[in-house]
Design a protein around this ligand. Structure first.
Ligand code: R5P
Length: 279
């Protein structure tokens, strides 16, 4: 029988998937040994396992590998749904001597899987690191649906997310624009000043990831300085490292919205309806 195996990164999403698809969640024990090592046991027979687990933070990666191994010992088919593909940002060699983390992760995961589902991986070419079939889901349209009627213009904080702003604006029937960001370090970004017609307008800033919140903070500063009215902030994957959410709210955001690829208080839009047809 087909069953969902809910990784500890995604309990709410797994429940939503069960409710939509009728595929039951398997009885699985996931514990920690006193030394911190992970233990998993699938407590029932499964023929087709659908594992839902992020590859972030690191401990979820080990949990995923163990769940895959346990499933492999009983199930004929394993689908792995990775709502947030951690390690996806190191998708090429930026400086000699580096590892390509996104590729290494793919090689390890595909050892015990027949199929992979990814949600907005940082770059689409990540799917080519797998030698098994990969479905890519784009959650931009459901984020856009959430903001329909609330926003006059969509802005991406960098050129890399311009395609998201464009797609969201098409769905909402409004304008879009993008800012130009330069990353100085993991924690620091600068944004090139850009004149936009924002006076009194309601703005949505959209990106794929919020990590430290530095990118959003700089974007908000610039947008606020140009007289914007309400500033909504949205992303697919809300990592919220440190006090990223406070940083964003203090900079002047009226609302933060993310999907449930990483579950938090800001996960106001579920990707379950997008994953359901694929499982
Ligand atoms: C970078 O290319 C991503 O699209 C995000 O802009 C970035 O990960 C955001 O990071 P932070 O919140 O730390 O500025």
């Amino acid at each position: 029988m087909k069953k969902i195996i809910a990784g500890t990164s995604s309990p709410m999403l797994s429940k939503s998937l069960m409710e939509i698809t009728g595929i039951p969640i398997a009885d699985v024990s996931i514990k920690k040994f006193p030394d911190g090592e992970c233990y998993v046991r699938i407590n029932e027979e499964i023929e087709h396992a659908i594992i839902i687990e992020n590859t972030y933070p690191d401990e979820k990666i080990i949990e995923l590998f163990l769940l895959q191994d346990a499933a492999r010992r009983m199930a004929g088919k394993i689908d792995v749904v990775i709502p947030y593909y951690g390690y996806g940002r190191q998708d090429k060699i930026f400086e000699g001597g580096e590892a390509i983390s996104a590729e290494k992760m793919a090689k390890l995961i595909e050892q015990d899987a027949e199929r992979i589902v990814l949600v907005n991986p940082h770059k689409k070419h990540i799917s080519r690191f797998f030698s098994i079939p990969v479905d890519i889901i784009d959650a931009t349209p459901i984020l856009a649906e959430y903001f329909k009627g609330k926003v006059d213009i969509v802005i991406s904080p960098d050129a890399g997310a311009e395609h998201m702003a464009k797609k969201a604006a098409e769905i909402m029937g409004c304008e879009y624009d993008y800012l130009e960001k330069t990353r100085i370090s993991g924690n620091e970004v600068i944004m090139k000043p850009k004149r936009m017609e924002l006076n009194g307008r309601n703005v949505l800033i959209i990106d794929d990831i919020i990590s430290t919140g530095g990118t959003m903070r700089e974007a908000i500063k610039q947008i606020k300085a140009q007289g914007a009215n309400k500033i909504h902030v949205a992303c697919i994957h809300g990592l919220f490292i440190g006090n990223a959410d406070e940083k964003i709210l203090q900079a002047g955001a009226d609302e933060i919205v993310t999907t449930d690829t990483i579950e938090s208080a800001y996960s106001k839009v579920s990707i379950a309806p997008l994953i359901a047809p694929l499982i």
